[in-house]
Design a protein around this ligand. Structure first.
Ligand code: BQF
Length: 299
């Protein structure tokens, strides 16, 4: 078993981005700037936003945190989006998800100018990604691609099973890995990835275990601890665990610990490569957000 060390690869990417930003500065150009909009006080969201702002600081990207109370109206949030769309000092921005129940997430996402949509979630960017056109790709799928590429894991002709059908992870990673590689996107070191045969599974899929046992690569993004167990995988499988679940743990200082969607202990011995949680896909997601911010700056 080999670990796919997202923590290390993400640090490598941040170092590369830092060089790029240093070069811009040395050329007397302005520094890229990201804005992060956060609504309410979900503790997990606070942590994620802090991770993003800290990563910006490390690479020299300017970051603005724009916080709103839980009670903000959809219209006020739409106005904030319009303001950021029209602010020439902002290269890219994200609206941290999930949003409170009373706000229509898709209305907010659709209002974001696709050129500043560094989360890659607007209909424009999703459509362009599906068509293999230059686009800002959703950060987690971009990170997964980057991780596979940097470990020289090929996908041509491979059977990739994706568990989870979200707009943020499941759907876009399936599209990207199925794509013809010559249609792949600029700024990605992942140009050889693609050409996979992809099966997308979800909570209503029958015979999930049988399908998984035919997979060369399994990407689990279901949000369910220990969903993938050893009996569901064959020897030599590559496993990408996108799950970030908090489980109670009285021995941990915070009272919880993070686990993925994979029963790591039983699956890892059978896997050729596997991502840990924490330290796998999560840090790659943050690094990809920074890459997207540089991409938006240059376009
Ligand atoms: C790590 C996210 C679910 C819903 C909304 C590093 C992150 C997580 C883990 C992180 C996530 C998950 C983010 C680790 C951002 C990834 O060391 O393993 C970083 O900050 N993430 C998010 O912004 O929104 C989410 C998961």
């Amino acid at each position: 078993m080999n670990l796919l060390d997202g923590k290390k690869i993400a640090a490598d990417i941040r170092a590369e981005l830092r060089e790029e930003v240093e070069t811009l500065k040395a050329q007397g150009k302005r520094v890229p700037k990201l804005a992060v909009v956060i609504v309410g006080n979900n503790p997990a969201s606070e942590t994620y936003v802090n991770n993003k702002i800290k990563a910006c600081a490390e690479v020299g990207i300017e970051a603005a945190r724009i916080a709103y109370d839980e009670s903000i109206s959809e219209q006020t949030l739409l106005n904030e989006v319009t303001k950021l769309n029209n602010d020439p000092t902002i290269d890219g921005f994200i609206v941290q998800l999930p949003l409170p129940e009373h706000i229509n997430e898709s209305a907010i996402l659709s209002a974001i100018d696709y050129r500043k949509d560094v989360d890659g979630l607007t209909p424009e960017n999703v459509g362009r990604t599906v068509q293999g056109l230059p686009s800002l790709v959703s950060a987690t799928p971009r990170g997964i691609r980057e991780l596979l590429a940097r470990y020289d894991i090929q996908t041509e002709g491979k059977h990739v099973v994706v568990i989870g059908r979200s707009n943020i992870v499941g759907k876009p990673i399936a599209m990207l890995l199925m794509q013809r590689p010559y249609l792949s996107l600029p700024g990605m070191s992942a140009s050889s990835l693609g050409d996979a045969t992809v099966t997308i599974c979800h909570s209503k899929t029958r015979n999930l275990a049988d399908i998984c046992r035919t997979a060369d690569i399994i990407i689990v993004a279901a949000g369910s601890p220990k969903l993938l167990t050893a009996d569901m995988v064959r020897d030599g499988v590559v496993v990408i665990d996108v799950g970030i679940n908090r489980v109670d743990d009285i021995t941990s200082p915070r009272g919880y610990r993070l686990v993925g969607d994979v029963d790591f202990e039983s699956v890892a011995p059978k896997a050729a490569f596997i991502t840990p949680v924490p330290g796998g896909v999560g840090p790659m997601t943050i690094a990809s957000l920074l890459q997207n911010t540089l991409q938006a700056y240059h376009s």
